[in-house]
Design a protein around this ligand. Structure first.
Ligand code: HEM
Length: 359
C-alpha cells in the first residue's frame, strides 16, 4: 500500500535510494542530494522553466515545435522508440530549455547519441558495474552541443533533461501505440490539434465512448506509470533514546510505494483493471461515488510530487496529436506494430516507415 510521503517533513532523504543515478549520470539534483536546500532550489529551477518559456510560448506554438520536431525526426525507416525519443528530445530542448534553434537545426546524430546513451547508462545503473566514465563524458559532450547556450544557464543539463525526457517520451510512445489504430481516439487528438483553446478541448469528451484526450492520457499514466515505484529513505531513531542522543542513533529505513500495483489493483479499479478504458476517468463516472482510492499517483504525492504534473499531460497529448498527423493515410508514413507495447525497452518490431508509391 502507498505510504504517505508528504507527512514526514524532516526525515525524508531522496539521495540514498537514488545513488545509482549519481553514479551513472553524475546528477546533482533533488533525486540525489540529501539537502532540502538543494531540493528546494532545484524545484524552483524546474518550475521556472515550466512557468517561463514553456508557458510564455503557448500551446499553439508548442504544437508548431512538435510538428516540426516530428517532421525532422522522420526518415525512410526508423525504430519507433528511437523516433519518439528523438522527437521528444527536440521538443524538450526547444520548449523547456529554450534552445534557440529550429527543430530541424538540431543535429540528428547528437540527438540520437544523447538519447541512446541516456537509455544505456540508465540500464547500466541497475547493475553493479562501475560508472562508464567514457560514455558519460560522451553523453555530456553531445548534449552540450545541442544546448548551444552558455554553461552558466545549465551547469549540469542532465539534471533536468533526465526527469523531463525519460518520463515524457515513454508516455508519448505508449499513447501513440494505444490510439493510432482507433479512429475515434485519433479524432479526439485531431480535435485537440485544431483547437483554438487546447486547454479546454483537452478535457472535453470528444471520443465516441465519451472520453476526453485527458482521460486517455490519464489511463496511459494509470496502466503505464513511467515511475513504477517511488522510493524513499526515511531517517528515524528509536523513541526511547534521550533527545540528545537521537542524532547519534539514527537509522535509515527504505520505503517503496508500488504505484503500478495500486494503479492495476482489481480491488480498486474493478475486474477491468488491466484493460485500457479511458472512459473510466470521465467526470460523470467519478461523481457516481466510486471508491476514493482511485487515485493516479504517476506524479507522486504530497509536497515532493512532480512539478510538471499540470504541464506534462497536455504537453504529451499535443506531441501525440502532432505525431498522429503524420500517420494519417495520406502522409506517406505508416506505423508498423510490434508484438507488445514496450516501456523503456521492449519495442521490438515497432517501426515508422515511409510508404513508397507503387508505380
Ligand atoms: C508524464 C510525465 C512525467 C511523469 C509521469 C513524472 C513523474 C514524476 C515522479 C513520479 C516524480 C517523483 C515524485 C516523488 O518522488 O514523489 C517526479 C519528480 C520530478 N519531476 Fe517529473 N514527471 C514527468 C514529467 C516531468 C517533466 C516534463 C519535468 C520537467 C520540468 C519534470 C520534472 C521533475 C522534477 C524537477 C522532479 C523532482 C521534484 C522534487 O523532488 O521536488 N517531470 N516526476
Amino acid at each position: 500500500m502507498t505510504k504517505r510521503f508528504g507527512a514526514r517533513r524532516k526525515s525524508i532523504n531522496l539521495s540514498i535510494p537514488n545513488q545509482r543515478l549519481v553514479r551513472a549520470f553524475g546528477l546533482t539534483n533533488t533525486f540525489v542530494s540529501a539537502g532540502t536546500a538543494v531540493r528546494d532550489q532545484f524545484r524552483r529551477d524546474a518550475l521556472a522553466l515550466l512557468n517561463g518559456r514553456a508557458s510564455r510560448l503557448g500551446w499553439a506554438e508548442y504544437l508548431e515545435v512538435a510538428l516540426e520536431s516530428v517532421k525532422a525526426s522522420l526518415s525512410d525507416e526508423r525504430p519507433f522508440d528511437q523516433f519518439i525519443q528523438i522527437t521528444t528530445l527536440r521538443i524538450i530542448l526547444i520548449v523547456l530549455l529554450g534552445v534557440p534553434s529550429l527543430p530541424e537545426e538540431l543535429n540528428g546524430d547528437d540527438l540520437q547519441i544523447t538519447a541512446g546513451l541516456i537509455s544505456e547508462l540508465w540500464d547500466q545503473s541497475k547493475t553493479s558495474s562501475p560508472t562508464d566514465k567514457v560514455k558519460l563524458d560522451l553523453l555530456n559532450l553531445h548534449l552540450r552541443r545541442l544546448l548551444v547556450r552558455d554553461l552558466d544557464a545549465f551547469p549540469n543539463p542532465l539534471d533536468i533533461v533526465i526527469p523531463a525526457w525519460e518520463t515524457l517520451w515513454r508516455v508519448i510512445a505508449t499513447t501513440v501505440a494505444y490510439v493510432h489504430d482507433n479512429q475515434s481516439y485519433r479524432e479526439a487528438f485531431g480535435g485537440l490539434r485544431n483547437s483554438q483553446d487546447p486547454g479546454r478541448t483537452f478535457s472535453s469528451p470528444n471520443a465516441e465512448d465519451g472520453s476526453s484526450v485527458q482521460s486517455i492520457i490519464t489511463e496511459i499514466l494509470r496502466l503505464h506509470p513511467p515511475s513504477r515505484r517511488i522510493h524513499r529513505a526515511i531517517s528515524c531513531s528509536p523513541f526511547f533514546i534521550p533527545r540528545a542522543l537521537k542524532g547519534v542513533f539514527r537509522s535509515t529505513r527504505l520505503e517503496v510505494a508500488d504505484i503500478e500495483a495500486l494503479h492495476r489493483s482489481s480491488e480498486i479499479w474493478g475486474p477491468s483493471s488491466n484493460e485500457f478504458q479511458p472512459a473510466r476517468h470521465d467526470e460523470s463516472k467519478e461523481s457516481e461515488g466510486i471508491d476514493s482510492d482511485r487515485k493516479i499517483l504517476a506524479f507522486g504525492s504530497g509536497r515532493l510530487q512532480c512539478p510538471a504534473k499540470k504541464w506534462a499531460p497536455l504537453a504529451a497529448a499535443m506531441a501525440v496529436a502532432a505525431i498522429l498527423e503524420f500517420l494519417e493515410s495520406d502522409s506517406g508514413y505508416t506505423l508498423v506494430r510490434g508484438e507488445t507495447i514496450g516501456s523503456r525497452k521492449g519495442w521490438e518490431g515497432w517501426m515508422i516507415r515511409k510508404m513508397h508509391d507503387i508505380a
